[in-house]
Every structure is written in C-alpha cells, then in structure tokens.
Design a protein around this ligand. Structure first.
Ligand SMILES: [Zn+2]
Length: 253
C-alpha cells in the first residue's frame, strides 16, 4: 500500500516467499509487527484508506529500522467504526469479530514459531478491543510477549507543541499531516476545513466524558479539526518521533 522500502523482501511478508521467511527466522527474525487500521470516512480531505495506510506505512518503516528482527504483516483493514456509519462507504466489524481475526493472526504466527507480537493501531475506535485482546492473548499463551500502541500517542508532545487547531482528533491537521507522510495516496489534494458543530467547552470535556454519539452529530462533513493546516513536514515530525519512541521500546522487547 505504501512506497517500496530499500529491500522490502527482507521484512514485508507479502513481498517474501516462505523460503525467505524461513531464512530470515534463522537470521534472528523473532518479532511480528501487525498494523491495525479501519476503513472509515475521513471527511472531505481524506480517503477511506487513511487509518490503514498510516498504520501500514508506520509498521513498514518500523520493520526496516528493526531489521533483521521484525516481520511486517499486511494491515488489518477493518476496524470498529459504528460511529462513522452515517457517512456512506464506511465499513465496520463487531468487536468480537475484530478480536477474533487478530487472535487468529497471532495463532498462525505462533504455529510458525513466533512468540513476540506488536500491534500498531491507527484508529481510536479500536482501542478498547485492543486492550481486551491483550488480556485474551496473555491468558491463552503464557509464553508470548504481546503489546499494542496507538502510535500517534507516542508523539503527543509534538502534537501538543505543533498542532495549531483547537479541535482535532479525526481527519484533522495532525492526522492528515501523518497521512501525507506515511501514505500520501490516501489524502485528497483539495483541503476543506472541518464543519465541527460541537462547542469548544463540549470538546474540552471530551477528555473525561465519553457520550454515545455518532460522528455526524459533532461534525457535518466528518472532519473533527482543520485539515487545511495539514502539511508533510508536521506529518514527518509526528511519525518520526513515534517511530523513535516505539523502536527504542521494541529493542528490548
Ligand atoms: Zn483516522
């Protein structure tokens, strides 16, 4: 889904033969990196591929940094997105389905001898299920190491410092910037501001209050934030900071 790395045959599963996987495992490959996305609306500026594209672009870069230890598997493109369903085209799966697919991917790689798994999540709606998945994996496989991160959160200091818009969180300045860097094919050239209908007070309270709501109740065009301020350089800073942090964590994983 993203542009080629220098030698992707060595760390991207769908560019490798089984012989190459076997060879890399003998060469020290012991960590499976699983990108987790969603196929959901991203306002007028982003496509349905923004979350999956960011997650896959992130994981491929991470696998290259961690070579020869890491293997990047294809992205899980279906996430938990019922709150985006009033925008046509959005696909959503039930939390049970989502967890079951990811558990089956781990089980497949477990059968091949892998014991270390890291999930890079690109969609906020998947977070509760990712936490539940970790509990299930620990109970089922006492001998594995598994972890997940919403990788954008690893760069929250950059976002706090550099993102200009008051409201952000979806198809916004921060997210469209990341997409421009990690998956440039997933964004539109034209930029339109978000049509946020909730007040700034209400937005501030979201830090501690979560309501049952659909996205069309808080923004008319599906964007929460101002993607007209998005730029490649900001996307590079956010993504590279998150890559540095997570690479460092996984070095001792
Ligand atoms: Zn998104």
């Amino acid at each position: 889904m993203t542009e080629e790395c220098s030698d992707p045959r060595a760390w991207i599963l769908d560019r490798m033969s089984w012989l190459e996987v076997d060879e890399q495992m003998q060469n020290g490959m012991d960590l499976v990196l699983i990108p987790v996305g969603s196929t959901e609306q991203h306002g007028p500026n982003g496509t349905f591929g923004v979350d999956s594209g960011r997650a896959e672009g992130f994981v491929r870069r991470l696998a290259e940094r961690l070579h020869p230890r890491a293997l990047a598997v294809p992205v899980m493109p279906f996430g938990i997105a019922p709150h985006h369903m009033n925008f046509p085209g959005t696909l959503t799966v039930e939390p049970e389905t989502f967890i079951a697919v990811l558990e089956d991917l781990v089980d497949s790689m477990y059968q091949h001898g892998f014991r270390k798994f890291f999930f890079a999540n690109g969609h906020g709606g998947n977070r509760p299920a990712m936490t539940l998945l970790m509990g299930k994996l620990r109970a089922r496989y006492p001998d594995i190491d598994a972890a997940w991160a919403s990788f954008t959160s690893a760069a929250s200091d950059v976002i706090r410092e550099k993102v200009d818009s008051f409201t952000h969180g979806h198809a916004c300045e921060a997210e469209i910037s990341q997409a421009m860097y990690l998956a440039p094919w997933s964004v539109k050239e034209e930029r339109r501001p978000g049509e946020v209908v909730m007040s700034e007070d209400e937005y501030s309270r979201r830090k501690y209050i979560s309501r049952a709501e659909t996205f069309d109740e808080i923004t008319q065009n599906g964007a929460l934030g101002d993607a007209t301020k998005a730029n490649w350089e900001l996307g590079r800073e956010i993504a590279e900071k998150a890559l540095d942090e997570i690479e460092q964590y996984l070095r001792d994983f």
